[in-house]
Ligand binder design. Structure first.
Ligand code: ZN
Length: 338
C-alpha cells in the first residue's frame, strides 16, 4: 500500500464473470491499490450485486478521505444495453436479463457506474497500461472459451449502433464450416478458441490416427486446450496441426479486420493466447498472404513488436496482450474517468 500522502483519486474496476467476481481499486495514474476476488453464486443479481457493493464499499472506505472515488466500471460477459444500463443477454449470468444493474449499483454506492462488455474493458486496459499503450486506434481479440472483441477509435470504445460492434468471434472463416451456436457456420471462434481446440482434437481422434491425443483424451478428465498445447509443445504432430489450424483461422480473421479497419495495433489476449508459440507462425503466414494492407505495413520481422516497446509509426502491429486477466479490471477503472 502507498503512504497516504501520495494516494491520488481512484476508481474501481469490476470483472463480473460467471464463476468469479474480481474487484480492484486503481489510482488515476494507473497504480493497482488493491484487488479482491470473490466467488459468484447462482443466487441471482440481487444477491451478487449486494456482495459486490459491500466489497466495493469496504475497498473504497480504505481510500476515501485520501482520494476521491471517481466511479466504477463493471465488465460483464454479454451484450449490454449501455443507455438503459441492463444486461440484454449473457450466457454466463443466468437470470440477469433486463435487471436494472446500473441503477441498483448506483443506488447502493452513490457513485458513477459504467457497465461495459468484458472484452471491451480488456481492450481499454491494454490501451491504458498494456500492449497498446500510447496508441489511439486499436482492436483486441480475447481468445477464451469463445472470442471476445473490441474496436477502439481515437482512444474510445467504438460501440456501433447498439453496443455490438467487434463481434469478431462470429466472423465467418470457413463458408461451409462447422455450425456455431449463433446460427452461422464456420465462425472464427469454432476454431480459434479453447473450445475450438478441444473440438478439433476430438475430430482428429475420431479418425483413429492420433494415438497420443487419444491417450490424453482417455486419461485426462479435463482434456483441455492447455493439455493439448502441452502435447503440441512436446512435438506431437497431430496436436501441432490443431494449433496450425487455430492460427490459420485467426490469421484469416485478422486479415479481414486489418483490411477493413487499417488500425495501428491489434492485441491478442485471453487465456488461449498463451499458446502463442504454437499458433502464431500460421497466423502471421495467413495475415501476410491474405491482407494487402498487412503485407505493405508489417514490421520487418513480421511477428509483431517486442512486447511493451513503443509503437512504430506506419507499421501494423499484431502483438500479445500484456496484462493477462487484470486487463478488464484496469479497463473498468479507466472507464469512469474518460
Ligand atoms: Zn457464430
Amino acid at each position: 500500500m502507498l503512504p497516504s500522502c501520495v494516494i491520488p483519486d481512484f476508481s474501481i474496476g469490476v470483472d463480473l464473470g460467471g464463476t468469479n467476481l474480481r474487484i480492484a481499486a486503481v489510482s488515476t495514474d494507473g497504480q493497482l491499490l488493491q484487488k479482491v476476488s470473490l466467488g459468484t453464486s447462482t443466487a441471482g443479481p440481487d444477491h451478487v450485486i449486494g456482495e459486490m457493493c459491500d466489497a466495493i464499499l469496504r475497498l473504497s472506505d480504505q481510500y476515501r478521505g485520501k482520494g476521491a472515488l471517481l466511479g466504477a466500471g463493471i465488465g460483464i460477459p454479454g451484450i449490454i444495453d449501455l443507455e438503459v444500463g441492463v444486461v440484454r443477454r449473457s450466457a454466463n449470468l443466468v437470470g440477469w436479463e433486463n435487471y436494472p444493474v446500473r441503477q441498483e449499483i448506483e443506488r447502493r454506492l452513490g457513485a458513477r457506474i459504467c457497465l461495459e462488455n468484458d472484452a471491451k474493458l480488456a481492450a481499454l486496459g491494454e490501451l491504458w497500461l498494456g500492449a497498446a499503450r500510447g496508441v489511439q486506434d486499436m482492436a483486441m481479440l480475447t481468445l477464451g472459451t469463445g472470442i471476445g472483441g473490441a474496436i477502439v477509435l481515437n482512444g474510445k470504445i467504438f460501440h456501433g449502433m447498439n453496443g455490438m460492434a467487434g463481434e469478431f468471434g462470429h466472423v465467418t472463416v470457413e463458408p461451409d464450416g462447422v455450425p456455431c451456436g449463433c446460427g452461422n457456420h464456420g465462425c472464427a471462434e469454432r476454431y480459434a478458441s479453447a473450445t475450438g481446440v478441444v473440438r478439433m482434437a476430438r475430430e482428429v481422434i475420431a479418425t483413429g490416427n492420433t494415438p497420443a491425443l487419444a491417450k490424453l483424451a482417455a486419461s485426462d478428465a479435463e482434456f483441455s486446450a492447455r493439455s493439448i498445447y502441452d502435447l503440441a509443445m512436446q512435438g506431437d504432430p497431430p496436436a501441432q496441426r490443431i494449433f496450425q489450424r487455430f492460427g490459420r483461422a485467426l490469421g484469416i480473421l485478422l486479415a479481414d479486420i486489418v483490411n477493413v479497419l487499417n488500425l495501428d495495433t491489434y492485441v491478442i489476449g485471453g487465456g488461449v493466447s498463451s499458446a502463442w508459440d504454437a499458433f502464431s507462425p500460421a497466423m502471421f503466414g495467413e495475415l501476410l498472404e491474405r491482407s494487402t494492407i498487412y503485407a505493405a505495413t508489417a514490421p520487418e520481422e513480421s511477428s509483431g513488436r517486442e512486447r511493451g516497446s513503443a509503437p512504430r509509426k506506419g507499421k501494423t502491429i499484431v502483438t500479445r496482450a500484456l496484462l493477462g486477466s487484470d486487463a478488464g479490471l484496469f479497463g473498468g477503472a479507466r472507464l469512469p474517468t474518460l
